[in-house]
Design a protein around this ligand. Structure first.
Ligand code: PBG
Length: 331
């Protein structure tokens, strides 16, 4: 058979396949999301996220050491306070759970890069991502009064030692508001990673169980994005870059690979993808049943996000992935 092009030529040996590989992955691109909670001496398993735990501050050391040993140098912290209230005051309390966790970790492990999630939903009694106000006979999240709280949250986290803030609330104008507040406090070199393209997604289900942050009424559709929309995602990403975001994130990852590519082509800042709790839970459940090979699936999902255009990948599988990279399963 006469053929000029034979793509299989470049697939004939492992060495050659690796030589022509288009996507390279490195553990330095990984972020591990980690839950910290009030109290002492406890590591609580999260049922919907088998293998993931909530740590009291004093119990975080072991996990941080494991991550560093594996080659994962960045974490994103989520705080789960004992007391929630209408105004989410524990989100910006000087001795709040996040503030204590950040200073504990940075003091012991200054080499661990600590990013903090800036949002209200883990701290409000109603579970919404901001302040409620009544409009037309029902309650909704009030955009502009929420911005003031987010500013306080971000400033208090950075004062406690946070290396980078990551607002995930989806209020309009929050990137500029937070940037201004940080600059005014002298934190102009602290980077801001915006959850710019964050969809209202059922893939966050297990996270909400982990954080006890499911809204007590309604849903998040008046602030998180409608998953039918592509162009709106580009608009959100461009807006956040204009407002000063240093990195923009697309979330979730697996069902939104088109958006990772769209955003990557539209902006000139690094793009992050967050493989969220529901993605993790699905892999764990299928693997536990013996229906899929967990390690191969984790690798394929990660490379998919990088191939789509992500430079940063946040995942509950960060430690495992770092191991697979070391072993040369992917790389
Ligand atoms: C806070 C926040 C959420 C997630 C990250 N930050 C929950 C939500 O928006 O309901 C979800 C992460 C995950 O599912 O792993 N707003």
């Amino acid at each position: 058979m006469q053929m000029i092009e034979r793509p299989r030529r470049l697939r004939s040996t492992p060495g050659l396949r690796k030589m022509v590989r288009e996507t390279r992955v490195d553990a330095s691109s990984l972020i591990y999301p980690m839950f910290v909670t009030d109290g002492i001496g406890r590591i609580e398993e999260i049922k919907a996220l088998p293998g993931q735990n909530r740590y009291t501050v004093d119990m975080t050391d072991g996990k941080i050491e494991d991550l560093l040993k594996a080659g994962v140098g960045s974490i994103m912290l989520f705080g789960i306070p004992e007391h929630k209230d209408e105004l989410g005051t524990q989100a910006y309390a000087e001795d709040g759970i996040i503030q204590r966790a950040v200073s504990h970790i940075k003091e012991r492990y200054p080499e661990m890069y600590v990013i903090t999630d800036v949002c209200m939903c883990e701290y409000t009694s109603h579970g919404h991502c901001g302040m409620l106000h009544e409009c037309g006979g029902h309650y909704d999240v009030d955009n502009d009064s929420t911005l003031e709280l987010l500013q306080k949250v971000a400033v208090s986290q950075v004062k406690a030692g946070s290396d980078m803030v990551a607002p995930s609330d989806m209020m309009d104008g929050r990137v500029r508001a937070i940037r201004e507040a940080l600059d005014a406090e002298g934190f102009s070199s602290t980077p801001l990673m915006s959850y710019a393209v964050k969809y209202a997604s059922s893939f966050y289900g297990p996270f909400r169980e982990a954080a006890g942050s499911a809204p007590t009424f309604g849903d998040r559709k008046s602030y998180q994005m409608d998953f039918h929309n592509r162009r709106e995602g580009i608009k959100e990403a461009l807006l956040d870059v204009e407002e000063g975001a240093d990195i923009v994130m697309v979330k979730p990852a697996m069902s939104y690979l088109d958006m990772i590519r769209e955003v990557r082509d539209a902006v000139n800042v690094p793009v992050a993808a967050y493989s969220v709790s529901g993605e993790y839970a699905m892999v764990k459940a299928a693997a536990a049943n013996g229906w899929i090979d967990e390690a191969s699936i984790i690798c394929e999902m990660a490379v998919g996000a990088f191939r789509a255009g992500a430079q940063i990948y946040e995942t509950y599988f960060a430690e495992e992935l770092a191991g697979y990279i070391k072993e040369g399963r992917i790389g």
